[in-house]
Design a binder for this molecule. Sequence first.
Ligand SMILES: O=C(O)/C=C/c1cccc(O)c1O
Ligand SMILES: [Fe+2]
Length: 312
Amino acid sequence: MTILLKCLSHTPLRGLYDPNPETAAEVNAVLDATKKEVEEFDPELIVLFAPDHYNGLFYDLMPPFVVATGANSVGDYLTPEGKLSVPEDLALDLVRFVHDKDIDVALSHRLDVDHGCTQILMETTGSLTRYPVIPIIINSVAPPFTPYRRIRKLGEAVGQFIATLNKRVLILGSGGLSHEPPVPLLSGAASEVAEFLICGRRPTPEARAAREARTVATAKIFGTSTCNLTPLNEEWDKAFMDLLASNELQKVDDFEVDVISKEAGRSTHEVRTWVAAFAALAAAGEYKARQDYYKPINEWIAGYGVMSAELV
Ligand SMILES: O=C(O)/C=C/c1cccc(O)c1O
Ligand SMILES: [Fe+2]
């Protein structure tokens, strides 16, 4: 078994509302290098920890985490539509293994996934289907959230499963770092917004276009005094990446959801995918991590970071 880990922020605004050309070029260069590294590694399996943004999972049934044994990209923002190559039997083996470790994951044989899952696949592999992929969706956007220690334990159990495979495995974590895009909250929502959050699957093209236009409009004022969303928090992001690099992952057990929301933004909890990814790697042994890139990018509503890690 050989493991390569990559954790990347995602932002559906990339290509729709870009920062200055130097920053965009820096990110392109980092992503090109990441894709090249993945190609050289030539994974036999990708395990992808990702969030959903009310495209596959809604409050009519909101699991803390779900393993997809089959997945379909909804094609939101600039991502392509279509099926992912999910190895169903292996994904079911993973579910059985993780249950046996006392982690009660949900499973879906036909999960709709969005840019949280597909942008990173496109950026690191150029395709939704090039490599077999098991998506594991971690609720990071729809509170209440299960504690960070449970995410670490989920990652640990998944890593123990990976260690039983005689394969080259790419572990991906998608999302974060600090950010608060204009995603509505159920608490206090107007009735039509609440209806969407509870059961808004497969919106009309017009509704999807309106949602995407709202995100772009917010990006244009994000970080200015006219925007009331929590600003990016470079200090929080750097401390979090340092923690991941320190091989002391159990420190995330002290993370408090409300404190993070307040300090770094409500969608910062997408870093749960990074926690799970690093915990999966750590289950196989001591690792060495590298910070490939970081910049707070208001145009993308993203504390934008990329990290890599491998076993030592
Ligand atoms: O769910 C949406 O419509 C937008 C999500 C979003 C916006 C900006 C940055 C991100 O990381 C997002 O996921
Ligand atoms: Fe996101």
